[in-house]
Structures are given as C-alpha cells and as structure tokens.
Design a protein around this ligand. Structure first.
Ligand code: ATP
Ligand code: MG
Ligand code: MG
Ligand code: MG
Length: 482
C-alpha cells in the first residue's frame, strides 16, 4: 500500500465505525500562550476534554500535522540520527467524547492493525498502566482484560507513569494509556533477545506506533483524583511509522513519504544515500526539515526573528548547515525540494500546493541570506588561518571559533571542517571556555539570538536541546550535559 492509501484506510476504517472525518488543525498555533505548535492530535480538542465546549460529534477521526521541536515534546536532537522521530509528522487519531471507551478503542485498534492492515500479530506488544500507589490509581485491569482476548499475556507489558499515564497538566483530565509497539527485527535477531525487554528502550527496531489514552479521572488542585462524569478516548498513531511497517521497511526514510525527497537530494548533491553515515544523517535531517519549513509557511508562519518564526528560521538554517557541511552544497538547495514534497503530500494537505510559490520564494531567500552570512564568516576564518600559519601556529584559537559561532552562526563542526581543509585544528577546550563565559555573562535574548546552531557532534559536552517556549524571552537555548 502506498502512503496515500494507508492514510485513507485509517480514516475510512474509523468512518465505518461511526466517526466523523475532520480536518487537521493548523500546525502553527496562533492563540494559545502555552503552545507554539500543535504537538498532538488532541490539542484541537482540549476545550472539549476540559468541559469548556461541547463536541459537535461524539466520535471523530483525522490526521493531524504535528511539530515536536519545543516545550514538553522536543525530538529535534533525535531527528535524522534515528530513523523514526521527525520534527513535523502526521498523527492519525480517533476520539470518543463521552461515547465509547476501552473496549471499543482496543478492539478496533487490533481489528485495524491485524485484520484490516495485515500486521503480523506475533510482532505486536502492548503496554498497560501498572498503577501508582502514591496516586491511588490501580493497575489498568480493564485494558489488560480486553488485550488478553487478542494476544498472549507474555506480550502484554506493564508500563510506568512516565509512559503509561497521561495528564493534561497539573490539574484536569487524566488517565492510563495503552501503547502498541512493534518488533520489526529479523526472525534471527528476535530469537536472540525477546522484544518485550526492548519495548520503550529506544531500540530503533522495537518502536511504539500507537498510543491509546483513556481519560477517566480528574486531578483536583489538592492532587487527588476523582472519576470523570464522562470518560473519553484519545488515540495517536505515528503515520510515518505505520507506513514503514506496512511497506516492510526498517526506516521511515525508506517509505514513499521520504524516498522522493532523498532521491532529489542525491540528484542535487551527487552523493548517494546508504553509503556514508554522515551523508545519510544529513539527507534525513534535510528531508525532515523541509517538511517543517513548508508546512509552517503554508500556515502563514514565515521565518523571522522571534517566537515561532525564529524556531522555523533556525530549523531551516540547521538543514542548510547539514547540506553545507556534509553534502557539499554552496548554494541554496532546500527550495528545490518543495516541488517534490507537494507531489508527495499535496493531495492530503492542499494548503501546501496553494502556497507553493510563496514557500519556494521564502525558502530560497532565507537560504541565500544565510549563505551570505556563512561566506563572510568563512572569509574571516581563512584570513585568520593564513595569519596563524605564518606564525607557525597550527591551531585555530578557541576564542576565534567562538566568535564565528556567536557572530556568524558557525557551529563548531563547521569551523573544524574548514580548519581541517587547511591542516589545522581547533582549540575545542578554549571554545567551550568562551561559551561558558558568555553563558554566565549574559542571559538576555539579544545575545542568545546570535547563536544559530545546534551541534552535530555527539561528543560535545554541551548540547542544544531546543527552544524553551514557556520562557518570556522565547529564544533562550537550553543546554543539557551529556
Ligand atoms: P516515542 O516514545 O517514540 O517518542 P511518544 O510516546 O513520545 O513516542 P506519543 O506522544 O504517545 O509519542 O504520540 C503518539 C504517537 O505518535 C506515537 O506512538 C508515535 O507513533 C508517534 N510519534 C511521536 N513522536 C513522533 C515523532 N517525533 N515523529 C514521528 N512520530 C512520532
Ligand atoms: Mg517521544
Ligand atoms: Mg513513548
Ligand atoms: Mg506514547
């Protein structure tokens, strides 16, 4: 089945179970101070769950454009390095607003995956909430008993609060969830280690595909839980992951959602996918990020210097940097992918076709302007290197590398790459020291805005982990120690 058929099969299946098919909400959120981007299918139904508005239909289904690069859900660092987290992705979902509950939700999930889509059942695992004494929430016996009718108890796994209990916030609706995982390893590998020990362990071939949330409690301000007068179902399935499974692939990037983009990148760069890990990561990052940029612009969010626009600008620049460093691009190239993307996704999301001209134009302008900054920085670096060489110095000083990073948006690995081409090294320790000094010296947004990059190198001791959306300055970077 191709991706278009898979998406439609999901929607048609739930329509046949009495669900109304509704459109995706915008990916860029305009009127919610707590959220810049839609990060789950349920976002648009928040007010229904909170009891602030009534549902038009008690059963709905859709595919939702989601973006996970900020706030509570931030997958940016995983993207491209693994093969199943994206920045922008589609979340397929079905909802019950005070209508059906666990029984139908679980039975239908199983019916769709196994009977309708033919996923082999012995590769599926499910998780149920193990309970939490401190919250006086019991083990989810109800879900367990229903799953037991479908698969052996050895493949029903207890999950903890982190993975299997969903809460909207400090207070409000909450409840246990059940996840469906799939083991796509070869038969040989599966015999070696049982899939259940790998569930929720970030194993690239034993991955979560679907999350079924059962809202049955309300958390009160004093922390206690009371049963909700009406229970709800909220499910979310990763569309790209489902396509991977159904198309018999080991990576989302090998599905028909991504191969045309990667093919175009191969053609433009003259490099091949699947030969060199760094090239592969770059191609995955770029083919992922162009989706984010395209859908953001289609939602009228242009790259800019603040808030959501700044996040989009940085994602676009991040992709340009990967192209520059690992694919050898010295000119704008992202904009050439927009045509391919609209071919792949335009039928389901006509807004990207309608806005295509604007998307191409804005993307190219952004790329050109960023490449000019890069050029200025590179010329500066080359001048410094020639001077250093004259004095017999084989090192680019850490303070210079930091200035390039801080003022011209050069990530350390790019400076290293250029230095290596001149048989020079970069003083990494000095760079880190300069970074520390700057971090402690200034926390104001203007200073932070100058640093445009995240690090590619995994061994860096501080890593960019995303944009803090709840902060007042919005552009402040958070670093984690690794
Ligand atoms: P994971 O544990 O793999 O990060 P999650 O538990 O964070 O997933 P949920 O919030 O439960 O994900 O979202 C529902 C479904 O959406 C997941 O089961 C998964 O299939 C899909 N999904 C989540 N994050 C991503 C992502 N970054 N890219 C693609 N699909 C995703
Ligand atoms: Mg996650
Ligand atoms: Mg998970
Ligand atoms: Mg989950």
């Amino acid at each position: 089945m191709n991706s278009k058929e898979i998406r439609q099969t999901f929607l048609d299946f739930f329509a046949s179970k009495g669900h109304e098919i509704v459109p995706s909400a915008p990916m860029v959120v305009k009127n919610d101070p707590t959220l810049m981007f839609t990060n789950a299918g349920m976002n648009q139904f928040k007010d229904i769950f909170l009891g602030n508005s009534a549902a038009k239909s008690s059963r709905v289904t859709d595919t939702q454009k989601c973006l996970r690069v900020s706030g509570k859900h931030n997958d940016l660092e995983e993207v491209g390095h693994d093969t199943y987290h994206h920045t922008m992705f589609e979340m397929l979902g079905n909802w019950s607003f005070g209508d059906y509950f666990k029984e139908d939700a679980i039975n239908w999930a199983w019916e769709l995956l196994v009977e309708k889509l033919g996923v082999s059942e012995d590769r599926l695992y499910v998780t149920v909430f193990e309970g939490a004494k401190e919250d006086q929430v019991p083990f989810d016996q109800g879900a367990y008993d229903i799953w037991k009718k479908h698969l052996p108890v050895s493949r029903i796994i207890n999950g903890n609060k982190k993975d299997n209990f969903w809460e909207m916030g400090e207070t409000g609706p909450c409840g246990p969830c059940s996840e469906v995982h799939i083991d796509i390893r070869s038969d040989e590998d599966r015999q070696a280690v049982d899939g259940l020990t790998l569930v929720n362990q970030d194993h690239p071939q034993v991955i979560e595909i679907w999350n079924l949330v059962f809202m049955q409690f309300n958390r009160k301000a004093d922390g206690s839980l009371e049963p909700l007068p009406k229970t709800h179902v909220d499910t979310g399935m990763g569309f790209e992951r489902l396509c991977m499974v159904l198309q018999g692939k080991q990576s989302n990037y090998d599905t028909d959602l991504f191969t045309p983009l990667i093919g175009k990148l191969e053609q433009l760069s003259g490099k091949k996918y699947n030969e060199d890990l760094k090239v592969d990561i770059a191609m995955r990052v770029i083919s992922d990020h162009i989706r984010t940029v395209t859908f953001a612009i289609a939602d009228a969010q242009l790259p800019s210097n603040n808030k959501a626009g700044y996040v989009i600008r940085r994602i676009l620049r991040r992709a340009v940097r990967y192209g520059y460093t690992f694919l050898g691009f010295r000119r704008a190239f992202m904009f050439e992918l927009v045509d391919v993307l609209t071919e792949v996704m335009g039928e389901a999301f006509p807004e990207i076709v309608l806005q295509k001209e604007l998307i191409v134009k804005v993307t190219k302008e952004e790329e050109d302007s960023f490449l000019r900054t890069l050029d200025t920085g590179i010329r500066l670096l080359e001048r410094i290197m020639v001077e250093s060489e004259k004095s017999g110095n084989k090192k680019v000083e850490g303070t210079v590398a930091f200035e390039l990073y801080d003022t011209y948006g050069f990530p350390l690995d790019l400076t290293e790459l250029i230095a290596r081409e001149h048989n020079m090294e970069v003083d990494i320790e000095g760079f880190n020291q300069a970074m520390e000094v700057q971090k402690s010296r200034s926390r104001n947004a203007a200073a932070q805005e100058l640093s445009d990059w995240t690090f590619v190198r995994d061994e860096m001791d501080s890593k960019f982990v995303g944009y803090d959306t709840t902060s007042t300055t919005l552009n402040i970077l958070r670093y984690r120690q690794v």
